[in-house]
Design a protein around this ligand. Sequence first.
Ligand code: UDX
Length: 432
Amino acid sequence: MDISIIGSGYVGLVTGACFAELGNTVICADNDVKKISGLKKGLVPIYEPGLKELISYNLKNKRLKFTSSIREAVKASEVIFIAVGTPTLENGEADLTGIEKVARSIAQNMVGYRLIVEKSTVPVETCSWVKKTISTYVKKGYKFDVVSNPEFLREGSAINDFTHPDRIVIGAESLKAKQIMTNLYQPLNRPILITNIKSAELIKHASNAFLATKISFINALSRICDQVGADVKEVAQGMGLDSRIGGHFLRAGIGYGGSCFPKDLEAFITISRKLGYDFQILKAVRDTNQEQGAYVLQKIKDALWIIKDKTIAVLGLAFKPDTDDLRNSPSIALIMGLSREGARIRVYDPKAMAKAKEILKEAVFCKDPYQAARGADCLIVATEWNEFKELDFIKLKNTLKRQLIVDGRNIYEPGPLKELGFTYIGVGHGNE
Ligand code: UDX
């Protein structure tokens, strides 16, 4: 099929590259001319495992093209995905001006039937606004359909999530739209759920909100575990073995971050309020997440007494492993909190250092965990990168000034570290 993806951000690039890999002809469009000229040369502006290779390969075999002309994209393709950003406005609402603008451009450049697929995460009822907008601006009465096809890609495993999704959700009205979408996804051979458009839009927000709820629940529980000396990992394991609960997204830590959960939760709370419902559960989820960062900061303070002039090593800056994304990263929030109290910060992250240099002006950027630990009063693990799981703790012990490890992601077993002479502080393992 001939497909266009409008918006070459995270979702747009992964979706475009994967559809090209499936044998479709794909045009990825973006109004950022510099980004597009880089992409034409195979320069990918984000780090996502496997994405660069996939883009280069499909550029070479001419199944993937990049353009800054939305007109070119709309003219050439029957199926057009909208994957532009929907950032949060000050009042918590999702900013949909990008979507509206794209809908207008699509309408003005159509040269026949078009299937417009809403891929960005949007509040319920956005598709009906897209439909109204296109009807208003479309020339010569060309026919079109609008469908909702939410993405469930996780950063760090986005390509695998695209090719092996648990489900593909398609919210569509007409038979033609349902058929085109089903044909498009058929090669993946995964469960396809066809719903009405509003249900599909809600499935996205509801899924992210539910996953965030699981994380905040386990983080709240970690505080009870700390009080009584229980182990939150064991509690999560015991809960997760109940298939009605499931073991995923029950890892306690310093809180969730990223470009989706905080934004989507806020948007869902706001749209619910507009629809006349005060979604209190979700407000508690958000507040618990914010408190969790403060809780871990307090643990560090309790261990160090005075933060001012202490040297603190932080391993991990990205909001999760296998990405260089710093958006709403709990690690950055923690570092900011420590810096405000006068700490000297030394950091290391396998992929996110370049981006972090723009934000953390005063931190010392180190080439590996050991250099970061040099002379530090405390070592914090803020992102659970695999390479932090197997460190040389004898070397680390001799490098640190004080043998204090704050394991913000619970990646270590406390016993062996304590035997080596470290003071170990985790989340939900009992207070020291
Ligand atoms: C999420 C959704 O999972 C995905 O379906 C959606 O399309 C986009 O948003 P992403 O933000 O890439 O994906 O990352 P995810 O793996 O979901 O993690 C989000 C945050 O939750 C991270 O900060 C992570 O560290 C944290 N997290 C996750 C926990 O703290 N505990 C857990 O058990 C799981």
